[in-house]
Design a protein around this ligand. Structure first.
Ligand code: SF4
Length: 480
């Protein structure tokens, strides 16, 4: 436990995020005081327990208010990182970067005139990012730029040149059981089976009306993503109803089929018929004991069978694995990782265990594997050796060892939806219980959320549709 006192309460949460990365029993008291001296320089007085630190910087000369505030926050976080790093004699792979997608920061640098060849150096010098993470960030930026024109980009809040393209997201909030680390909007299907049919009907209707709205605004759907939850929890007839409503010719269309025990030939046929061209099958581990521990009710054999079946339909396949699962050693990780690599799926996503609020084991530090960084490093080497390139990256709060999640692809099979959603470069029109839609423009993002509870979603359907229509039609002139 620790206490933070600061005169910058406006960014308290950001400071706490840095402290959390170092937190240990030795840390009891931390203070951060930010002052301007003679209107010329900024001085940070920091104390960690009773050890004192003073950092001084020239006052920044940003004329733009947002940039000015950003520079203040940067200095506070950087100074706190430097103090804690000294106090604990420890560095973090991402240095003082928290709560940000490093690729977006790199894109902003690029947009501000920093040459690509200098971005890694700048990340290292200005944010204390480690060399391998800085290089990884630049590699991802290159992958994205190579395969997606301009990254379809709100390049660092700058050029917004894709205002007629949007993503369509469809949420199916049911899974066969709930994973112990899950914080998504999803319910175990057993108790809610009676809601599946009305939910699929309402969702298909919401999708149809949303597509009408998109068309009426002369916008075009760039990619479709059906996620959850596990969409394939739905039986074939209901799955068809939902996926067919979202079909859009010529787009990338992804359907998550995360739980191998929900996949069968009939459902794969439905997906194929509805135009789905990418699926995600996610074992997370190839160890039966871990599967039981994390609450997944399928076997390793079921994963391989489902994968083989999906392969026959010609889908581009993604496989998710998690590093840092309870009880798994780096050797266990290597075993499961190599088992997946043998399949050579077009995409592999390596997640780091994240114990978010809302998950069953959020309170338990014991479930984290202590050598997660070794696992992630192993995956980077093995993937590069097999010709995979990293193409998107995101970080979450509460991630083990403050690491990251990375999507890898081979032969340019990157998922454009993942890139544009993670980089927040295209607006998202979202459908379903708990789905969050986003309107995106340079420097501005507004969100609209449907009720998470399925019953409430059904009961408030018409009222929510009206609000949604207004939200998207007014394009930033109203707030929800
Ligand atoms: S499969 Fe995904 S959405 Fe479903 S319970 Fe597990 S983590 Fe949550």
């Amino acid at each position: 436990m620790y206490e933070l006192t600061t005169n910058r309460n406006d960014i308290r949460n950001e400071l706490i995020e840095i402290i959390r990365c170092f937190v240990s029993d030795a840390l009891t008291d931390c203070s951060v005081n930010f002052t301007y001296v003679d209107n010329e320089k900024i001085v940070l007085y920091i104390s960690v327990n009773s050890k004192r630190y003073i950092y001084s910087y020239p006052k920044h000369c940003e004329s733009d208010k947002i940039e000015y505030a950003r520079a203040d926050v940067y200095i506070c976080k950087l100074s706190l990182y430097r103090a804690l790093s000294d106090f604990f004699d420890k560095t973090l792979p991402w240095g003082s970067l928290t709560g940000i997608r490093p690729t977006r920061l790199a894109a902003r640098m690029l947009n501000n005139g920093v040459p690509l060849s200098k971005i890694s150096e700048k990340l290292r010098n200005d944010y204390f990012v480690s060399e391998n993470k800085a290089e990884l960030t630049v590699e991802i930026l290159k992958s994205q730029s190579e395969h997606i024109p301009d990254r379809l980009s709100v390049a660092g809040d700058g050029n917004f040149n894709n205002s007629n393209l949007v993503n369509l997201y469809v949420h199916i909030p049911f899974c066969p059981t709930r994973c112990s680390y899950c914080s998504f909007v999803s319910e175990g299907v057993e108790k809610k089976a009676w809601l599946l049919a009305p939910y699929a009907t309402a969702l298909a209707e919401e999708i149809r009306r949303t597509k009408d709205l998109i068309r009426s605004q002369n916008k075009r759907i760039f990619s479709v993503y059906a996620g959850g939850g596990t969409p394939t929890t739905l039986e074939p007839e209901l799955l068809f109803k939902v996926l067919k409503a979202a079909t859009e010719d010529g787009t990338e269309y992804t359907c998550e089929a995360g739980r191998p025990d929900t996949i069968n030939e009939e459902k794969l046929h439905v997906m194929s018929e509805c135009g789905v061209n990418r699926i995600s099958i996610n074992p997370q581990t190839l160890h039966e004991k871990t599967l039981r521990k994390i609450g997944r009710a399928h076997t390793v054999e079921q994963f391989f069978n489902a994968y083989e079946l999906a392969d026959k339909f010609g889908f581009v396949k993604n496989v998710d694995l998690i590093a840092g699962l309870d009880g798994e050693t780096p050797e266990d990780f290597e075993y499961k990782f190599n088992g997946i690599l043998k399949l050579m799926p077009e995409n592999i996503t390596v997640h780091t265990l994240c114990l978010k609020r809302g998950s069953a084991n959020a309170q338990s530090e014991a479930v984290r594997s202590e050598r997660t960084q070794e696992m992630v490093n192993y995956s980077v080497g093995a993937l590069k050796a097999r010709g995979y390139s990293p193409y998107y990256l995101y970080r979450q709060k509460q991630t083990t060892e403050n690491l990251e999640n990375i999507g890898w692809c081979r032969n340019g099979f990157l998922c454009v939806n993942n890139v544009t959603v993670m980089e927040e470069t295209l607006s998202v029109y979202a459908c379903g219980a708990g789905a969050i839609g986003k309107l995106i423009a340079p420097g501005r993002i507004q969100r609209i959320a449907n009720p998470k509870d399925v019953l409430m979603y059904l009961e408030q359907f018409e009222e929510r549709m009206r609000k949604k229509q207004l939200f998207y039609q007014n394009q930033f002139t109203i707030l929800t």
